[in-house]
Design a protein around this ligand. Structure first.
Ligand SMILES: *Cc1c(COP(=O)(O)O)cnc(C)c1O
Length: 224
């Protein structure tokens, strides 16, 4: 029989705890973000009833609609997709954290809002410049730019592991890039990494924010 949603939440939760303990870390250091992209708001409600409070979305329009429809619930929305500069101000209105800050013009557009905003700098760990994320060489400058704003708080670095590399090796590179960022912003000690297929490796390399979709939600409906 297919496991129920509650069973998948339970199972992934215990796998996360096990991976943390094997890495000599406390599971309390980890934030589980359930990525609900393409899924209907009912799924978010069901997950909320199971105790989940952090949700990830990667398309602005969809995220904005879901946040509006679910305004009665106390949720943290994490924006994890590529964000167009012209949508930055709108995304700021519903997002608790933006994980995909990867260029100066986006920093400039996000800065100066009505309330503070937490951000991660996304790094592109592939050789393909079309993938989301800043080039590793641009990170320090971007971190300085965020630090120079009054209202953006830099949490750390974020990445998606490349398909053609061992995830553990990729996350080790991300961890080293986080160290580099901390030479200019010492408080930026968090790391957003780890998806359904590689969260154990990410935890072993120090991830603090796990972005997990299908392992909990099941397969995503086709996108429109
Ligand atoms: C979709 C997505 C995830 C979740 O992926 P799964 O493989 O379903 O766990 C995590 N991070 C980002 C940036 C995503 O777009």
């Amino acid at each position: 029989m297919e496991p129920s949603l509650a069973e998948r939440v339970e199972r992934v939760g215990s796998e996360i705890s096990d991976a943390a303990r094997s890495a000599g870390r406390s599971p309390d250091e980890l934030t589980l973000i359930v990525v609900t992209k393409y899924h209907p708001v009912e799924l978010v409600r069901d997950l909320h009833a199971l105790g989940i409070r952090d949700f990830g979305e990667n398309r602005h329009q969809e995220a904005r609609e879901k946040a509006a429809e679910l305004a009665d619930l106390d949720l943290n929305w994490h924006f994890v997709g590529q964000l167009q500069t012209k949508k930055a101000r709108q995304a700021r209105e519903y997002a608790t954290v933006i994980h995909s800050v990867d260029r100066q013009e986006l920093v400039d557009k996000l800065a100066g809002g009505e309330h503070p905003l937490d951000v991660f700098l996304q790094v592109n760990l592939t050789d393909d410049p079309a993938r989301g994320g800043a080039h590793p060489d641009q990170l320090v400058e971007l971190a300085e730019r965020v630090a120079a704003t009054d209202d953006l708080r830099l949490l750390g670095v974020m990445a998606v592991a490349p398909l053609d590399e061992e995830p553990r090796a990729a996350f080790a590179r991300l961890r080293a890039l986080g160290d580099r960022v901390r030479t200019v912003v010492p408080e930026a000690r968090w790391m957003s990494a780890g998806m359904s297929n590689d969260f154990r490796e990410a935890i072993a390399e120090g991830a603090t924010h796990l972005r997990i979709g299908t392992a909990i939600t099941g397969l995503r409906p086709p996108r429109d």
